[in-house]
Design a protein around this ligand. Sequence first.
Ligand code: AMP
Length: 193
Amino acid sequence: MMRLILLGPPGAGKGTQAVRLTKKFDIPQVSTGDMLREAREKKTLLGQEAESYMKEGTLVPDPIVIGIVKERLQEEDCHHGYILDGFPRSVAQAEALDTTLESMGHALTAVISIEVPEDKLLGRLLARKREDDNETVIRERLRVYAKQTEPLIDYYRSRDLVKIIDGVGSIEEIFEKIVKAIGMNSSGYSQVS
Ligand code: AMP
């Protein structure tokens, strides 16, 4: 059973690593960014509400995001674990997640924080060409990360869940570091020491 949180600024490679982790551990990626983009494309009420925040690079209000995550975690495929990618993004969201997990009798396995220097992030994000990746929005998203999301590292550190990963290197190298930090070797067995 593996319930992971992936933290890291935009452009740190959370999504890429999440996809690899889903394959390795056979658990779904729960990405609030992906779910919100899907809702926006389908023009659902929720998607319309989220749109202006996403365009600006600010956080979509907690009640919307917490609601979609709560529902998603009840789904069958999440019963054997999951990788939260892009959630929680604020202390209020982390507290809501704690309440939800507690009510489900679930405990977190680890919080992986992928760290990349800011000058590298800007270049990566500008190369990505997503709709919300113009320079003004990118700077706002980095600012929001530092202010609202980074405090979560301390929030979870007090529970000894945090694994800091140096996010500079090849996708494969970083993946190996994450797997090692979770305490599994690359064939999926728990390390003895
Ligand atoms: P991402 O793909 O995770 O970078 O998310 C893209 C955008 O979706 C963010 O800039 C936010 O506007 C919104 N978003 C994604 N996840 C969250 C969240 N947990 N809380 C609030 N807004 C979110």
